[in-house]
Design a protein around this ligand. Structure first.
Ligand SMILES: [Zn+2]
Length: 425
């Protein structure tokens, strides 16, 4: 027997010892070396996903989905807790070694007009795809990571923690930070859909509020006052000339006007005395709140000086109350993050995927995730990985392919095993 054969046998024996269940997934073998397939209970995973989707869980209303996740984690031998914010945390202690946090969020964006949906927003399987709100963002990835992690029971090394977090669709980061501060993981995996590529970073996001003062007067004599909306028009024009910073991987730190409000409103026969505009700024790795605010403030100061008035610039505050009744306030600033391709977590995750014959392409997220909390705020080595196409997120007839789901579960198991064992096989 050659050394290579001996190694294969050892691995197969090890798999049988720590996971004696039958291999039920025979549909998704196109990419997988079947001798290395993890014993994921595919039927249970699909049923769990459909239960999760059926439990409507808009932000701050995640209680039903939280209960379903907690039950499934308990059934799969995780110790479960629900923290004060309502984050569901499941822990699987497998032995000595590092702790890997699999971060997910339970909330979804709403179904705006269900008459636009051809498929049931509450979930249905048609033609090998699961349709429904949250199927991609991110109940499909929740189902895949929970069952992928459960397939590692008996591994004998490390600890796996699954976070089913709240209110990510309102603001990325705070719930993950709340959990990660307690769990103190060595590695974090953001389980948002990535087409099963390893995401090594993302742009962040800042909501910037600009307010300018005017001087109200009768609109029949506008020269007697200062029109706050006209002041803001100048601010907007000049801000459009600000060249955004650029990152060669993540792209541009764009600044986009998202709303504008004058006061008083409606302004009948009156020159407005206030105008407030909100901007979405995509942040790049290393940018702080001051880096974002200072150039905008310089523009606002120069325009308002010309008009002989005043202006203010600040990061918006998010303010929401969780389904457990806890009020959360946090600045709407989600830092960017980016790890090198040679960073150990990136290399180890890629080696884990490759070891079971899965695609190990490295990419980055185009949208903002809780990685802003784990990597951007806390500095925890983080990658993103998840089944599903990010373009499906927040869409009518959102869906995920079952094959993708199954390969995602295999991918989570492979990455987590690789990180827990610290090997590159
Ligand atoms: Zn998401």
């Amino acid at each position: 027997m050659s050394p290579v054969h001996r190694l294969t046998v050892v691995i197969q024996v090890a798999r049988l010892r720590w996971a004696p269940g039958p291999l039920t997934d025979q549909r998704s073998d196109c990419e997988i070396d079947m001798s290395h397939t993890y014993p994921v209970d595919s039927q249970a995973m699909e049923a769990f996903l459909l239960r999760l989707i059926a439990a409507q869980s808009y932000s701050t209303e995640e209680q039903d989905a939280a209960a379903i996740l907690r039950d499934e984690l308990s059934r799969l031998d995780f110790e479960t807790t629900v923290d004060d914010w309502g984050n569901v945390v499941g822990t699987l202690r497998l032995g000595d070694g590092p702790t890997v946090l699999l971060d997910t969020h339970l909330d979804t964006v709403p179904v705006v007009d269900r008459t636009e949906w051809k498929h049931k927003p509450e979930g249905e399987v048609v033609g090998g795809r699961v349709f429904g709100r949250g199927s991609v963002d991110m109940k499909g990835p929740i189902a895949a990571c929970v069952h992928g992690a459960a397939a590692l029971r008996g591994l004998g090394a490390g600890t796996i923690v699954v976070n089913g977090g709240v209110a990510e669709e309102l603001v990325e980061g705070p719930a993950a930070v709340h959990v990660a501060r307690r769990v103190r993981p060595d590695f974090a995996i953001i389980c948002e859909p990535s087409r099963r590529r390893i995401a090594r970073g993302q742009r962040g996001r800042a909501e910037v509020v600009v307010e300018v003062a005017g001087k109200s007067c009768h609109s029949a004599y506008p020269a007697a006052g200062i029109n706050a909306v006209e002041v803001m028009a100048d601010v907007i024009t000049e801000l459009r000339r600000l060249a955004p910073p650029t990152d060669p991987v993540l792209g541009e730190g764009i600044l986009v006007l998202t709303d504008i409000l004058s006061a008083p409103h409606p302004g009948l026969s009156i020159v407005p005395e206030r105008c407030t505009a909100t901007f979405d700024r995509r942040t790049l790795a290393g940018e702080s709140e001051d880096d974002i605010v200072d150039p905008i403030r310089a523009v606002v100061d120069s325009v308002t000086a010309r008009w002989a008035t005043q202006g203010w610039v600040r990061i918006a505050d998010d303010d929401y109350t969780t389904y457990t009744g806890v009020r959360v306030t946090a600045p709407n600033f989600a830092p960017a993050w980016l790890f090198e391709e040679g960073e150990p977590i990136v290399e180890t995750a890629a080696a884990g995927l490759a070891s079971v014959g899965l695609d190990a392409r490295i990419d980055h997220y185009r949208f903002c995730t809780n990685g802003s909390g784990t990597a951007g705020a806390l500095g925890i080595p983080t990658i993103g990985f998840g089944p599903g196409d990010e373009d499906q997120a927040h869409t009518v007839d959102e869906s995920i392919a079952l094959d993708d789901l199954h390969l995602g579960a295999q991918g989570y198991a492979a990455i987590v095993e690789s990180l827990l064992k610290g090997d590159h096989r």
